[in-house]
Design a protein around this ligand. Sequence first.
Ligand code: ADP
Ligand code: MG
Ligand code: MG
Length: 211
Amino acid sequence: ETERQREAIVQALENVTVRLEEEKAHLTELDSAIGDADHGTNMARGFSGANEKVKDMDEAEPAELVKTIGVTLVSEVGGASGPLYGGSIMSASQEFADEGITAETSVAFAEAYLEKVQDRGGAEVGAKTMVDALTPAVHTYKKSIETDDLAPLEALAKAVDAAERGVGFTTPIRAKKGRASYLGWRSVGHQDPGATSTLFIVEELLATAQT
Ligand code: ADP
Ligand code: MG
Ligand code: MG
């Protein structure tokens, strides 16, 4: 079982890495409109580094693998998004320590991750950040599993839809956190890069779960 979970994590990470490499120019273009034109390269570099690290960890438990992804993202991504993505994955990874990955611990991981992103970044929903995609995704995932009794795969599909709506919501609003907030009202009309990369990651988690 641990071996199966290890393979799932490695596969998910590889899918995310390939996707972010494909979307590198797209994400950087979004960041060039309201930031400093590096989000695509930051994310692609970070995930390719994590991919390399995790490949050789043959004996590792799920929590250890996920923690390593976080640690690597902190050191490789940089900028605002490195500590937010990496640090939050790192601390949320402990939710997998006792029982590995189950429906229940995946909800706990998602909630812990969201909480850490908000603690670290101080952004509420509506500040035009990754939190705008992440919050509806995590809430939908939790509700789908705990209240609607859906299987994790179906719950993840609902979370993708929610993240997608969240990304759409970032376009018409004004940035209140991060670099984009320096633009004030001029940030209106542009989609947030970090919310977009969050959507891509959740989409790849779903794609991995579907195979
Ligand atoms: P930087 O802005 O340092 O160049 P990136 O370009 O890699 O970092 O990441 C920018 C993204 O980080 C933004 O699109 C936004 O989604 C996210 N972000 C920035 N600041 C915050 C924050 N305080 N809370 C949550 N997300 C944030
Ligand atoms: Mg940037
Ligand atoms: Mg930067």
